[in-house]
Design a protein around this ligand. Structure first.
Ligand code: NAD
Length: 264
C-alpha cells in the first residue's frame, strides 16, 4: 500500500473469522498503514480473533457483545486508555434467529424482531455515541448493509427491515455528527459466504443468482469490500457522508433479472 491510512487508528467490530467482511476491511486498512483494535464476541471467538489480530499487528481490546452495555463501556475505555483518540470505526455486526431467516417475513416473532433490531440497528447508534468523544480530529464511521433493505429478498425477512432502519440511522447519525467532522456511511455488500450468511435460507442459490445477474457476472469478495471501505474510511471520501455505497458487482442497477438462469 501507499500509506493512505498511515497515522490513523481505528476500532473494528465484527471480526469472527478469516471469512468475515470485517476481516477484509481490517486487512485493507492495515495494508495502508492503519493501526487497528479488534474485539471478539465471547471466548469461542477469542481464539480465532487473537491470531488474526497478531497477523496485522492489531491490538485486541476485549469481549464485545452489543446487548451488554458493560462490555461496550469496557471496550471503549480500553481504547481510550491505549490510544486516547480514534480516527475511524467499523461496525460489521448483525444477528437474527436463523429459524426466522427462512419462509415468510410475516411469521416474525416480537422477541426476534426486537433482538434483531437491537443487535443489528441500535448497536450502530450506541457505538457511534461512544466513538464521538474519541474522534477529536473528526472521523469516519462505516457500517455494512444489504440490498434486502431496499427490495424484498427471499428469506432475508426481518433482517431486511433491520437493514432499512440501519440505512436510515446512517443518515440521521451523519447529521448529528457532521458538525464534529465525523462522517457516517454504509457499504451495501453483495452476498458473501460468511458465518452470518450461513444462517440465511438457500444462500447458495442467492450467490448463484447474483453471479448470473450482476453486470460483473461474479460475486464480490471481502477483499473487494475492504478496498471500497478504505475509500470511505480515508481522506479520499472526506466530502462523503450519509451515503450507502453498493459493492455488489453492480447487481442493484439491473432491472430485468433473468428468469431462467442455467445451473441454478
Ligand atoms: P460474520 O459472521 O463474519 O460477522 C458477523 C459479526 O457479528 C460476528 O463477528 C459476530 O460476532 C457479530 N455479532 C453478532 N451478534 C453480536 C452481538 N450481540 N454483539 C457483538 N457482535 C455480534 O458475517 P459477515 O457477513 O461478515 O457480517 C458482517 C456484516 O456484514 C453484518 O452486518 C452483515 O449483515 C453484513 N452483510 C453481510 C453480507 C453477506 O452476504 N455476508 C452482505 C451484506 C451485508
Amino acid at each position: 500500500g501507499n500509506g493512505l491510512m498511515a497515522g490513523k487508528r481505528g476500532l473494528i467490530l465484527g471480526v469472527a473469522n478469516n471469512r468475515s467482511i470485517a476481516w477484509g476491511i481490517a486487512k485493507a486498512c492495515a495494508s495502508e498503514g492503519a493501526e487497528l483494535a479488534l474485539t471478539y464476541q465471547g471466548d469461542a471467538f477469542r481464539k480465532r480473533v487473537e491470531p488474526l489480530a497478531e497477523e496485522l499487528g492489531a491490538i485486541v481490546v476485549g469481549h464485545c457483545d452489543v446487548t451488554d452495555a458493560g462490555s461496550l463501556d469496557a471496550v471503549f475505555s480500553e481504547v481510550e486508555k491505549r490510544w486516547g483518540k480514534i480516527d475511524f470505526l467499523v461496525h460489521a455486526i448483525a444477528f437474527s434467529d436463523k429459524s426466522e431467516l427462512d419462509g415468510r417475513y410475516i411469521e416474525t416473532s416480537r422477541e426476534n424482531f426486537l433482538r434483531t433490531m437491537d443487535i443489528s440497528v441500535y448497536s450502530l447508534t450506541t457505538v457511534a455515541k461512544r466513538a464521538e468523544p474519541l474522534m477529536t480530529d473528526g472521523g469516519s464511521i462505516l457500517t455494512l448493509t444489504y440490498y434486502g433493505a431496499e427490495k424484498v429478498m427471499p428469506h432475508y425477512n426481518v433482517m431486511g427491515v433491520a437493514k432499512a432502519a440501519l440505512e436510515a440511522s446512517v443518515r440521521y447519525l451523519a447529521v448529528d455528527l457532521g458538525g464534529s467532522n465525523i462522517r457516517v456511511n454504509a457499504i451495501s455488500a453483495g452476498p458473501i459466504k460468511t458465518l452470518a450468511a450461513s444462517g440465511i435460507g438457500d444462500f447458495r442459490y442467492i450467490l448463484r443468482w447474483n453471479e448470473y445477474n450482476s453486470p460483473l457476472k461474479r460475486v464480490v469478495t471481502v477483499e473487494e469490500v475492504g478496498d471500497s471501505a478504505l475509500y470511505l474510511l480515508s481522506r479520499l471520501a472526506r466530502g462523503v457522508t450519509g451515503e450507502v455505497l453498493h459493492v455488489d458487482s453492480g447487481y442493484h442497477v439491473v432491472g430485468m433479472k433473468a428468469v431462467d438462469a442455467p445451473d441454478i
